[in-house]
Ligand binder design. Structure first.
Ligand code: TXA
Ligand code: MG
Length: 365
């Protein structure tokens, strides 16, 4: 656990970024905090809670007014569909249609991977407000694997709609401190559960109406899902039908506030990216120690360096990705050079986030 701020009841004066007052931060492992947070949620409030992937900005998913506050707090320019978090898989039948909830693939994936970093998109029941799903006929459901998240959902007695607890388009938070700096007093309460262990958002797959498609690579490897239910269509980035089926996956996402260049130190064509002008403050996001050495041989010096995993392990890289980007973002840099990782296992999610960060900067967003 991290250090915590104040007694239950919280310290509303904790400063956020640029001295703005921050929200109360309570220790997530204290039952008294869970009880306070659950009350806030039932009263229509916004509570940030830890999950194993990233911190979520939660509201009662059955209360459209509370859900509307999520969009305001995130400064989301439009309504993207939100993931609904459940305490356990037995609740799927309450929110998904009988056909989809009864799909044997759902039972199979739930038994194997829930709680965990997997979101299943299924046709929704009417009890889920249209605002949660951005008007879609489907809803994303997930059982998070974090004791604080599950205790909170149980205590609240309602499912929680929760996007990542960052301002729209910026980096996802993997620590309570990231949330406080990014969202400040726009939320009612933050539960601190320490650093997130998976570190990238859940893998989102569409199983509605008998389909099987990957909508977002994430913290559960595609290979693991395919081993259970067979091959998936890949509906990521520009594949036909992606815009309608995976809204919220286009446009600015995951962008650090500093320009990010994706460049492989093994690629002679990328060599100019590693050349640092006199006085230019450049940071390096290396995938491994070996990548760091190659990048330093290709150019530099780099005033700040983050290594995702010493040995280039992809699970370790995913776990450190947002944390490393947050650290580089705070280092006063003119640009960040990021080394690509292999696109297998969790490397798909890491590359998806890095490409979006690089592209959004290139697009000037
Ligand atoms: O790990 C995670 O998934 C985190 C934690 C907090 O659970 N949540 C998260 O939520 O990443 P958010 O709002 O940042 O991303 C949700 C994405 C949407 O942008 C969309 O791509 C997909 O999930 N999604 C949700 N519901 C969907 C639906 N009905 N149809 C298609 N895609 C959906
Ligand atoms: Mg997000």
């Amino acid at each position: 656990m991290n250090e915590h701020e104040g007694p239950p009841g919280g310290d509303p004066g904790r400063p956020g970024r640029r001295g703005r007052p921050g929200p109360p931060v309570l220790p997530g492992d204290d039952p008294a905090s869970i009880a306070i947070a659950a009350d806030r949620l039932r009263a229509g409030g916004l509570v940030v809670f830890p999950t194993e992937t990233v911190y979520g900005l939660g509201a009662n998913a059955l209360d459209a007014r509370a859900v509307a506050r999520i969009f305001a707090a995130k400064h989301r320019p439009r309504f993207d569909p939100l993931i609904v978090h459940l305490a356990d898989a037995s609740a799927v039948g309450m929110y998904a249609t009988e056909d989809d909830a009864g799909d044997p693939r759902v039972a199979r994936l739930a038994a194997r991977f829930w709680p965990g970093p997997l979101t299943l998109v299924l046709r929704k029941r009417a009890i889920i407000p249209g605002l949660v799903t951005a008007g879609l006929a489907t809803v994303g459901l997930r059982v998070p694997d974090h004791p604080v998240a599950r205790a909170l959902i149980r205590a609240a007695g309602v499912p929680l709609a929760a996007p990542s607890a960052n301002r729209f388009g910026l980096l996802s938070p993997t620590r309570a401190a990231h949330v406080v700096a990014g969202l400040g007093a726009r939320v009612d309460l933050v539960l601190d559960g320490g650093p997130c262990t998976v570190g990238v958002e859940s893998t989102v797959i569409l199983l509605a109406a008998g389909r099987a498609a990957l909508l977002r690579p994430g913290g559960l490897a595609l290979e693991a899902i395919e081993a259970e239910i067979g091959p998936l269509e890949i509906l990521v980035d520009g594949a036909p039908g992606t815009a309608e089926l995976a809204p919220g996956r286009t446009g600015a996402h995951y962008a650090p506030r500093v320009p990010l260049w994706l460049a492989d130190p093994r690629d002679p064509g990328a060599a100019p990216a590693f050349v640092v002008a006199p006085g230019e403050r450049v940071g390096l996001l290396a995938a491994s120690r070996a990548g760091q050495a190659l990048a330093e041989a290709a150019g530099g010096p780099f005033v700040a360096t983050e290594v995702l995993d010493p040995d280039g392990d992809l699970v370790g890289a995913a776990a450190r990705l947002f944390e490393a980007l947050h650290a580089l973002q705070e280092a006063g840099l003119a640009r960040i050079i990021a080394e690509p990782v292999p696109e297998v296992g969790l490397g798909r999610a890491v590359m998806d986030r890095l490409r979006r960060a690089a592209r959004d900067v290139a697009a000037g967003q």
